[in-house]
Design a protein around this ligand. Structure first.
Ligand code: IPM
Ligand code: MG
Length: 388
């Protein structure tokens, strides 16, 4: 029975750290008011694989759009070095201290995709840098919009980003050779703050419907709590319709033409949010097309929805990577820090440049435009556009 004791003591430590984390969340202040800052510091991390290629595109667009703000020091852009898989492996640390310090000296981060070591490759089995950063900066809301005009689809996903199966994703135990256990957690406060953000967003943007997605019929305690808390929050918003779905049928309804247009704002625990947002992005045209915001009270991080695409790199297709997703993330970031007209300009530019009839298309293959060619097209369109 010593192995049960060992597993129990491991579990005990996780519970203690969860309660400590809750205290930290409770002690936090309100959201940063960017309009009150003299200067906003944007940290840019290139990331791994296709990261440097698409981030070069994002940086060129940022430097163009924010020329004046950068000149007047209203915005500062800082390159964060050392956030690469090679360096993380060398330091044997997902978030080397000096890198984290640099990141924390910024207000918001624009981040290229980072590689997570997989079983069988040469890197130490480090935790996903993405997940570690979300936890470390307490970026509790992962907001991912998907819009398809022709299908009347206009979804915004609010994925809880710090709890669920992810909190202890790297902390499971092999109780014995034959038995493995992972842990998933839900807290009142964690569920409340994501629900509140989603409902406030619906209210502010005049959306009429919020759907809560769980598997509370099976995962009764944690998903059950998530669902109950979301329903409690819903009571504060009498003018918004609320329904709830189990994640399996929700996944089916997203591809059903009749039902898909009825979804608007969706709230999901972490893992279901991860899965359904990839599905949704694919419906929109591929995971290369959607942007992703990770919002916390003090920090926020913006990124592409896709990974570092090692297969593309291996096939020598790096320079054909689609930067649309990271550019959509730039739109998000500009909106978040209050640079609304620049955000609108870029959003409308991207709508033009990714239109089905556009002359220049990135396909991720040699039959399409290169990242550089597409970026030049974006910059050229930005120069000409008058926002409506
Ligand atoms: C995402 C990604 C990440 C996740 C990976 C890269 C850790 O899939 O942002 O959706 O699982 O959250
Ligand atoms: Mg994902």
């Amino acid at each position: 029975m010593t192995y049960i004791k060992k597993a129990s003591s491991h579990f005990e430590k996780l519970l203690e750290s969860s309660l400590k984390r809750l205290e930290y969340i409770k002690s936090q202040g309100d959201f940063v008011d960017y309009s009150k800052l003299d200067s906003i510091k944007i940290g840019v991390c290139d990331g791994d694989g296709i990261g440097p290629t698409i981030m070069a595109s994002a940086k060129a667009v940022l430097n163009f759009l924010l020329k004046e703000e950068i000149y007047s020091n209203k915005v500062k852009i800082k390159n964060i070095e050392g956030f690469t898989i090679e360096n993380r492996a060398r330091c044997n640390n997902t978030l080397p201290d000096y890198v984290l310090e640099d990141i924390k000296s910024c207000n918001v981060i624009l981040k290229g995709p980072t590689t997570t070591p997989r079983l069988g490759d040469s890197y130490p089995m480090l935790e996903s840098a993405n997940v570690a950063l979300r936890k470390e900066l307490d970026l509790f809301a992962n907001v991912r919009p998907v819009k398809i005009k022709e299908k009347n689809i206009d979804w915004v996903f609010f994925r809880e980003n710090t709890e669920g199966a992810y909190t202890f994703g790297s902390c499971g135990v092999n109780v014995s050779d034959e038995l493995a256990v992972d842990f998933t957690i839900t807290t009142n406060l964690g569920s409340y703050r994501i629900a509140k953000l989603a409902f406030e967003y619906a209210k502010k943007t005049g959306r009429k419907k919020v759907s809560i997605i769980t598997k509370a019929n099976i995962i009764k305690k944690t998903d059950g709590k998530f669902l109950n808390i979301c329903k409690e929050v819903a009571k504060e918003y009498k003018n918004i319709d609320v329904d709830d779905w189990y994640v399996d049928i929700a996944a089916a309804k997203l591809v059903d033409e009749q039902s898909s247009k009825d979804f608007s704002v969706l709230i999901l625990p972490n893992l279901y949010g991860d899965i359904l947002t990839d599905e949704a992005a694919q419906i929109q045209g591929g995971v290369g097309t959607a942007g992703s915001a990770n919002i916390g009270k003090k920090y926020a991080m913006f990124e592409a929805i896709h990974g570092s695409a090692p297969k593309m790199v291996q096939a020598g297709l790096c320079s054909y990577a689609n930067p649309t997703s990271i550019l959509r993330a730039v739109v998000f970031m500009l909106n978040h820090i209050g640079l609304l007209s620049s955000a609108k300009k870029l959003e409308q530019t991207l709508d033009i440049c990714t239109d089905l009839n556009s002359k220049i298309k990135v396909t991720g293959f040699k039959d399409g435009a290169t990242t550089k060619e597409f970026t030049e097209y974006v910059l050229d369109t930005l120069q000409k556009i008058n926002i409506s």
